[in-house]
Structure formats: structure tokens, C-alpha cells
Design a protein around this ligand. Structure first.
Ligand code: SAH
Length: 389
């Protein structure tokens, strides 16, 4: 009885987290997703089935540590228990739909979701280290003017297991292609992580917590456009992972022109929230700054950026703008980029120029959606899908 109530509760949670998939599942009279069950809930279900409680831990490890994608892979469980699991639950997993390797060894991976939508992740090798860049939403609702994903619009939030699976699959791609393990995870693919915070938080918990793959939170970075409420929440939770902010302009006038949500999250309030984040977590914040020719790359822009950066310890990543069709901005010239960097360094700031990676396969920031004609790209079975930034 107790378990049935819990399953009903879990179904409710599932319905809230994933409304479209819920309808899809309901239509197909599908069983609940086992990956949305906690270890305690699994143990209570096991007790109802007359099974030993320690199987709960084993199942959890199969799901999150060993990343089993079918119940029959769970070989430490009896065949009878595996059959019971099959009868009660479903075990969805992201599928690799396509894979492209760049000349610079960057690998772009397309992931097919359970409802047949597509998102992309990127594996970026650099100096003997490997970074997985993953998505948090299908499409994006922010409408930033320079970004190709913005054109796709927002389709749905990714559920925590879908965010987790991108890492698990990129880890596999890394081992198979480079015989090495992943070093860093960045939420810099498609979508705004702070508009899907519950799922992102849960995915990070599973990636870093006990009974999972055990990634170190210090190697994970969440990149946000600067949603103040979300930054404050992360600060109050004293998160252990890193925060990056896509700043791209240091005056409200310019920032609102390219990033519409700046109107509700202006620079003064953003600066305050970042200061608060630093006070609560002690970590240094990364500011990403996209350099666009004659828009935000002049000496006075550097001076204003330096003033903004003085509020808290930070590091600045200058990103060359990757042209997007139909967007009026141009990439800054190399000389201007170097001058901008020097001006910031003269003001004692830590600055890196981030190299574009995977441009030949459209895997660089803002490029992935370029290859797609319209938001309604069709997946294999004719459902709308989309690609990442
Ligand atoms: N919404 C989050 C996560 C997306 S991260 C955020 O805004 O941070 C994707 C990064 O790529 C962001 O820094 C974004 O501003 C940047 N980007 C988007 N379009 C780009 C383009 N055309 N060229 C270079 N970088 C781009």
C-alpha cells in the first residue's frame, strides 16, 4: 500500500517534471521510469516484492554508476527479479543518433531523447584534458540575438536523467576514441540551466554523489545568462561546482540589445548577486565575453568591463564571436581582441582568449543550430527535434 502511494507520488512528480513525456507515456500506457525512483523508494518496492533491501543499492548502482541501459545488464540480480523490474518499470536511456569528428579532434554527438527529440553535446579535447559540453533544454527561451539556438525557440526542459546520460555517453565516446576519461563537465550547450534548475541540480547531485560515477563538483561549471534568482539560490545552497556568466556587454543599454532578459536582470543586480555568490561559496566566477566587432570591443568597453569585474574575484574568458547567418554582428579582428585583452590585464584582471573548437563540424558555440534549417527538424519517427548552441 505504502509503495503504491509512493509510486503514485512519483508519477505525480514525473508528470510535473516532464509534462509532454508524461502524456506520451500515458498514451502508450507505459510503466514509470525506474530512474526517477530514489534508493529508499526502490527499497520499499523491493520489500513489497519480498526481495532483500540491499538490492536497492545494487539497482541504484546499476542505474547510475554502471549506467545500465537494460534490466538484463543487471547481472548481479536474479533473473526473477530482473523480470519483475521489467514488468513494473521502464528504463529509458539517451541514444547516440549521430557523431561527427572535427579536424581538431572535437567530437559532436547528437542525442535522441525518449520522445524522439534531438539535442547535442560536444567532447572537447584540449591540452590532454577532455571537456564534455552538455545541454539543459531542448531549444532555448532566452532569445539572445547573437545565438543560433535562440531561433529554435524553447521546446521542453531536459529531465535530470537526460542531462546525466549526456555525460555518461560522452564519457564513453572519450574512452572509445581517446582511451582517456573525462576531466571537465560544462553546462554550455543548448538552453538556460537556471530555467531548468531542479533537473540540473538533481543531475549534478547524481554525477557527484555516492552511488554514482563520482565526478568532482570542482570540475563542473554551470553557465548562465545571469538569472539573478537562480544565482542567489545557488549561493544559498552553497554549491560546490563553478559558475560562469555570459556577460557579453558591460552597459545595460548594450546588454539589453543583445540579451533581452537583461531588462529583468540588469547589471547592477547581477553584480550584487555575483558578489553574494562569491561570499557564500568562496569560488571565483568566470565571466564570458563574446567579442563583436565595433559593438563591444572598443577600449571604453574594456574599461567598463573592468569596473564591473572589480566587484568580486573573477576570471574573464574572451570568446571570438562565431558568425550566425542573418545576425548583424561580426567577429572582432585578432588585433582588437589582443588589445582588449591587454587593456584588461593592465587593470590586473585574469583573462583568457577561448579558442573556437570544432568549427568545421559546426560544433563551436552558437554554431550547432546553424546546420539546421528550421525549428521543426524531424527525428526518425517524424517528431520535431532540435540541436544545440
Ligand atoms: N544559457 C547559458 C548556457 C549556454 S552557454 C548561457 O547563456 O550561458 C553557450 C555559450 O555560447 C554562451 O556563453 C553563449 O553566449 C555563447 N554563444 C552563443 N552564441 C554564440 C556565437 N554565435 N558565438 C560564440 N559564442 C556564442
Amino acid at each position: 500500500m505504502e509503495t503504491r502511494r509512493k509510486i503514485a507520488g512519483n508519477f505525480k512528480k514525473f508528470k510535473e517534471l516532464r509534462p509532454q513525456a508524461f502524456i506520451f507515456a500515458k498514451m502508450q500506457k507505459e510503466k514509470p521510469n525506474i530512474r526517477t525512483f530514489s534508493e529508499a523508494e526502490l527499497k520499499s518496492w523491493l520489500a513489497d516484492q519480498g526481495e532483500k533491501a540491499f538490492r536497492g543499492r545494487q539497482i541504484r548502482e546499476w542505474l547510475w554508476k554502471k549506467h545500465a541501459t537494460a534490466f538484463d545488464e543487471m547481472t548481479s540480480l536474479s533473473k526473477e527479479l530482473r523480470n519483475k523490474l521489467k514488468a513494473h518499470f521502464r528504463l529509458p536511456a539517451l541514444q547516440v543518433s549521430h557523431l561527427q569528428k572535427s579536424r581538431d579532434k572535437t567530437i559532436k554527438v547528437g542525442f535522441r531523447l525518449e520522445d524522439d527529440l534531438l539535442v547535442e553535446g560536444v567532447l572537447i579535447p584540449s591540452g590532454g584534458r577532455y571537456t564534455a559540453c552538455i545541454s539543459s533544454q531542448v531549444g532555448c527561451a532566452l532569445g539572445c540575438r547573437f545565438c543560433a539556438t535562440a531561433r529554435l525557440g524553447w521546446n521542453r526542459n531536459l529531465v535530470f536523467d537526460e542531462i546525466f546520460d549526456q555525460v555518461a555517453l560522452l564519457e564513453k565516446v572519450c574512452r572509445e576514441n581517446y582511451q582517456d576519461k573525462l576531466d571537465n563537465i560544462v553546462l554550455m550547450g543548448m538552453g538556460e540551466p537556471l530555467q531548468n534548475y531542479e533537473n540540473v541540480r538533481k543531475a549534478i547531485e547524481l554525477l557527484t554523489g555516492e552511488g554514482g560515477p563520482g565526478y568532482s563538483p570542482s570540475r563542473i561549471t554551470l553557465s548562465t545568462v545571469g538569472i539573478i534568482k537562480g544565482i542567489k539560490r545557488m549561493a544559498d545552497e552553497q554549491v560546490k561546482y563553478n559558475l560562469a556568466v555570459s556577460l557579453h556587454a558591460a552597459t545595460d543599454e548594450k546588454r539589453s540589445e543583445i540579451i533581452p532578459v537583461n531588462r529583468q536582470n540588469n547589471l547592477e543586480a547581477l553584480g550584487r548577486s555575483l558578489k553574494y555568490f562569491h561570499e557564500k561559496t568562496g569560488t571565483r566566477i568566470t565571466l564570458e565575453y563574446l567579442l563583436m566587432d565595433n559593438f563591444n570591443d572598443n577600449p571604453e568597453d574594456a574599461a567598463k568591463l573592468a569596473v564591473f569585474c572589480r566587484q568580486f574575484p573573477c576570471k574573464i574568458n574572451l570568446i571570438p564571436y562565431n558568425p550566425v547567418e542573418g545576425v548583424p554582428y561580426k567577429t572582432s579582428e585578432e588585433l582588437k581582441t589582443l588589445r582588449f585583452k591587454t587593456l584588461l590585464e593592465k587593470r590586473n584582471l585574469v583573462v583568457n582568449i577561448r579558442q573556437s573548437r570544432g568549427t568545421d563540424i559546426d560544433a563551436a558555440c552558437g554554431q550547432l543550430a546553424n546546420t539546421q534549417k528550421k525549428p521543426g527538424l524531424r527525428g526518425k519517427s517524424g517528431r520535431p527535434g532540435t540541436k544545440t548552441t
